[in-house]
Ligand binder design. Structure first.
Ligand SMILES: [Zn+2]
Length: 348
């Protein structure tokens, strides 16, 4: 089969597309004929190399994909050949104390397809059947591939962990990114007053179209100053920050007393300076969140499949141009997801 792969960590130029052995299908796995995949910032981090992550090389990356089940292992009962499915990339052990308590995302051996194991940006992918979500007829492959990771992440972060309510005001940073654009829609769907940051007029307009009541150009002014102006100096109840180092201080400064800062990532780096006085003085809560349970994933994706949520795509590329897709993410060019399609399935 053809697969996206790299033999060394490094810049986007290490990413190639070419021959790889067909995957073997384990007893609890399904072989998926991949119709589309989508990129996440995680693909960039994994490509650069993460401390403590020792991948077997060459590595096939990719955490998001959708396609048709071609074959199933002996123990698989959830899906059968011909089923339309999307991949939900989190894999848990099922037996540790957290898994037994029903908290798979706290699993001591939690793995993300494409980060810790072989990914799914290839013509064929062998995936644990538990990690497959059914995709209704009528949902296009690009949407099915691009939605799972960011919508499940944003859903758990805002709804389960952040417990957002209709009377909350919510600031979403980086509304043009995958998680950001999902978070704007989820907060709007719950009925919150939504503030969103982005750069450039077309990204601000897109954020408003998706449900932001106030779009803030962060290149224009300090966003915390703008939040103070827009809220009569009160601040917002919730900030969604997946940027990290560059925005952390301003995120804390944007919160009202008793507010909560939700974090699920750190695209600008993981070690910000923190003003602890502000956290205890204003009685702020910092809430971490990562990935989602299968139930949360289904709750989020149901609303993608029925059109309540929109998956914006900044580009759709053949898998042979995945390196360019990484570049688009790293340069923050465009709005929404980058979709990659096996070259054999790609028509201009
Ligand atoms: Zn576990």
């Amino acid at each position: 089969m053809q697969a996206v792969q790299y033999t060394d960590h490094g810049g986007h130029e290490v990413v190639t597309y070419g021959d790889a052995p067909d995957p073997t299908v384990g007893r609890d796995e399904a072989l998926v004929d991949v119709k589309a995949g989508a990129l996440n910032h995680l693909d960039v981090w994994t490509r650069r190399g993460l401390p403590g992550l020792d991948l077997e090389l060459p590595h096939i990356p990719g955490s998001d994909a959708a396609g048709v089940v071609r074959e199933v292992g002996a123990d698989v009962t959830r899906v059968e050949p011909g089923d339309r499915v999307a991949v939900s990339a989190g894999i848990n052990c099922g037996t540790c104390e957290f898994c037994r308590q029903g908290e798979p995302t706290l699993c001591v051996d939690y793995q993300v397809l494409g980060e810790h194991t072989t990914g799914v940006h290839s013509e064929l992918a062998a995936v644990p059947s538990d990690a497959l979500v059914s995709v209704p007829d009528g949902v296009d492959w690009e949407t099915a591939a691009a939605a799972p990771l960011v919508f499940q992440t944003a859903w758990r972060m805002l709804v389960t962990r952040g417990e957002i309510r209709p009377d909350d005001s919510v600031l979403v940073l980086g509304a043009s990114g995958g998680v950001g654009h999902a978070a704007v829609q989820i907060a709007d769907h719950v009925g919150c007053e939504v503030f969103a940051t982005a750069s450039a007029d077309e990204k601000l307009a897109a954020a408003e179209r998706l449900g932001a009541d106030h779009a803030i150009d962060y290149t224009d002014s300090e966003f915390d100053t703008r939040i103070r102006e827009l809220t009569d100096r009160r601040g917002v109840d919730v900030v969604v920050d997946h940027v990290g180092e560059k925005t952390w201080r301003q995120s804390l400064r944007s919160l009202a007393k008793g507010g909560r800062l939700l974090t699920c990532g750190a695209t600008s780096g993981p070690t910000p300076e923190t003003n602890v006085n502000r956290i205890f003085g204003n009685q702020l809560t910092v809430v971490g969140s990562t990935m989602a349970t299968y139930g949360e994933t289904e709750d989020a994706l149901e609303r993608v499949w029925d059109g309540t949520f929109t998956v914006e795509k900044r580009a759709t590329l053949p898998m042979s141009e995945t390196a360019r897709g990484h570049e688009l993410l790293e340069s923050r060019e465009g709005f929404g997801k980058v979709v990659v399609i096996p070259d054999s399935e790609y028509d201009e």
